[in-house]
Design a protein around this ligand. Structure first.
Ligand code: AKG
Ligand code: FE2
Length: 324
């Protein structure tokens, strides 16, 4: 399948048109010339985290996986035995001060969890994660501006979504070599999957897969197509919240095939603020948008996300784990 490339160093009007066309179909694109994006540095820090002893990683685990901890939404999620997805990840969001009213009242804004400085390398890791998070947040704003221009609106048309404590999530992922029995649910069309087919729930995702193959997207005709790795480009895809917000575009289904090699990837899930109204930007025109908008789900992003995650039943968010 042809996946177009958006060049952020190119002419903005042209880039805006390309962005809209790519989000329409195939719903995936490459982005090149992203400021602050250095995959080598990102891989170094990602590998560092997952090479820590399991008990150190588990010290950041969400309460679901480590009852001693209070964090429910951010932090570490280990490989879950018996589950078809075979991955571990650690997640970070906006680093708000502990006494911020959002932090005190809302599980989605709970503080990030960090390793103590006594763990050698932890301070560097934190500094890098915050820096990368900021680069991806800046990228989100630029993409939102191009999207607005491409739709014939004022550049700041979507800004309100992201002005107040955006909930974006940075996830560092590791797919270790599989051990033990492979659950039947992980076997599809002669492949073993390490991440099952899904759409992303968020606005858009900026994904780094380093040099690793394995990512596949579902084509209109129903067959799966490999997403080729292009060095120095991020992969971007549309999520359910973009479809709901704009009433158009395509949250393309994707999955990861296990080729029997260890794999790392880093998605940045770009998200509106908890209270952002995600219904106000346009009447639904795509079939998918009509389906997403016709439900009686909440219109504010945070409550909507909670419902969607509960509906989708991802293995890392068991129902109830992120209730208020
Ligand atoms: O690991 C990848 O390449 C993709 C991961 C993914 O799709 C996700 O975490 O939503
Ligand atoms: Fe995904």
């Amino acid at each position: 399948m042809f996946i177009p490339t958006l060049d952020l160093a190119g002419e903005r009007g042209e880039a805006a048109k390309q962005l809209v066309a790519a989000l329409e179909d195939p719903g995936f694109l490459y982005i090149k010339n992203v400021q602050g994006y250095d995959p080598d540095e990102l891989l170094k820090h990602t590998e560092w985290f997952f090479s820590l002893p399991l008990d150190v990683r588990m010290s950041l685990a969400r309460r679901e996986w480590n009852p001693k901890n209070s964090n429910r939404y951010h932090g570490y999620c280990p490989v879950i035995p018996g589950v078809a997805d075979y991955k571990e990840n650690v997640e970070f969001s906006l680093d708000l001060p502990q006494d911020d009213p959002c932090v005190l009242s809302n599980v989605f804004y709970e503080p990030n969890v960090w390793l103590p400085d006594s763990v050698s390398g932890a301070a560097d890791f934190k500094e890098f994660v915050l820096k990368y998070y900021q680069s991806m947040s800046d990228l989100l704003l630029e993409v939102a501006h191009l999207l607005a221009i491409g739709l014939g609106k004022e550049e700041n048309y979507f800004d309100e979504l992201f002005l107040h404590e955006p909930m974006s999530t940075l996830r560092l992922m590791h797919y270790p070599l599989r051990e033990g029995l492979i659950p039947e649910a992980a076997r599809k069309e002669g492949h073993v999957l390490s991440c099952l087919e899904h759409t992303d729930t968020v606005f858009v995702t900026f994904l780094c897969t380093f040099g690793y193959r394995g990512l596949q997207i579902l084509e209109g005709g129903g067959s799966w197509s490999d997403v080729e790795v292009i060095p120095d480009c991020l992969i971007m895809n549309a999520g359910d919240a973009l479809v709901k917000t704009t009433g158009r575009f395509k949250a393309t289904r994707h999955r990861v095939v296990d080729y029997g090699v260890e794999r790392f990837s880093v998605p940045f899930f770009a998200e509106p603020g908890y209270y952002a109204d995600i219904t106000q930007y346009g009447a639904p025109i795509s079939e998918e948008a009509i389906a997403l908008c016709s439900t009686d789900l909440p219109n504010q992003y945070g409550p909507w996300l909670r419902e969607r995650l509960n509906q989708k039943q991802f293995s890392d968010y068991p129902t109830g784990s992120i209730q208020e």
